[in-house]
Design a protein around this ligand. Structure first.
Ligand SMILES: [Zn+2]
Length: 283
């Protein structure tokens, strides 16, 4: 990209715009709180929606500034793309990372120049970094970053056994923004609560369009009652309230797990319909 072109599209303007919007929302929340007796919890959900919306807009701007190529979703340091292009960079040892290391990874991530504030990466109701990980195998005090990008958006699957990146999903990744069809229905950011500490890789959902059997999902976060926030590829954010007891239980345990037998489950269907990927290639 030429210098002239860079000057025409100043990411700084977007930063100001985002900060103003977040500031206005914070002021509005503080004004309407007493009037409508909104709970502190509800106010945090509104700020959370503003956060995930800001991330989603930065994701769109990144693609616009990079010839429509989207940012890499997988923060793991082993990623061949990660050192320079991943949206955030996980600490070298994500199993034992500290919050400080996680924040450093946010600041050297490819999306940070479009936001320049760490706060929008964190939901105020996400307390994982202040207590030991829920999963007994988890270590460290990571768990500050509350949002993840779906793996179908340039997640570059990582196989820990082979210690390399490989196509192990039953779909291929989208790598260009124009390949996201129906952008208003495909989510670009998910509120995730992984029980081992930090949300290390991209948020994955293994679809099975044939019969929905053996589908798999990383956990979503339940910091706002039974709701989680999402941002979509058109930039809008919304809160999804879950109804299925199994999904809620799995989520409360902060585990990833199979969604087998979820054939008629509205929640699993909603996740499946909104999960972006380029092409289904079978198991
Ligand atoms: Zn939240």
């Amino acid at each position: 990209m030429t210098r002239k072109k860079m000057q025409k599209r100043k990411p700084g303007f977007t930063l100001i715009e985002l900060m103003v919007v977040i500031g206005i929302i914070a002021i509005v929340v503080s004004i309407v709180l007493p009037a409508f007796s909104l709970s502190k919890k509800k106010a945090r959900e509104i700020v959370c929606l503003a956060n995930i919306s800001a991330l989603g807009k930065a994701w769109l701007i990144y693609a616009e500034m990079n010839n429509d190529n989207i940012v890499v979703a997988n923060p793991l340091p082993e990623s061949v793309m990660c050192p320079y292009y991943s949206w955030v960079k996980a600490p070298y040892d994500p199993d034992n990372c500290t919050t400080a290391e996680e924040i450093t990874g946010i600041k050297i991530g490819a999306l940070f120049p479009y936001l320049e504030t760490v706060d929008v990466y964190h939901c105020a109701s996400d307390t994982r970094h202040t207590s030991p990980p829920m999963d007994p195998f988890g270590k460290g005090d990571g768990g500050y970053r509350s949002y993840s990008i779906p793996a179908g958006l340039y997640g570059v699957s990582y196989n820990p056994n082979l210690k390399k990146f490989s196509i192990e999903n039953n779909y291929t990744d989208i790598i260009r923004k124009t390949d996201v069809k129906s952008p208003s229905s495909k989510y670009t950011f998910v509120e995730e609560a992984y029980g081992k500490g930090m949300n290390r890789d991209a948020w994955n959902f293994i679809p099975n369009p044939a019969d929905h059997l053996d589908e798999y999902a990383d956990p979503v976060a339940l910091w706002h009652g039974n709701s989680s926030t999402f941002c979509f590829a058109d930039g809008h954010a919304e809160s999804r309230t879950w109804h299925d007891a199994q999904l809620i239980q799995t989520t409360l345990e902060q585990k990833d797990g199979p969604l087998a037998d979820y054939v008629s489950n509205d929640d699993a269907d909603w996740l499946a319909m909104g999960f972006p990927y380029l092409q289904y290639i079978g198991p």
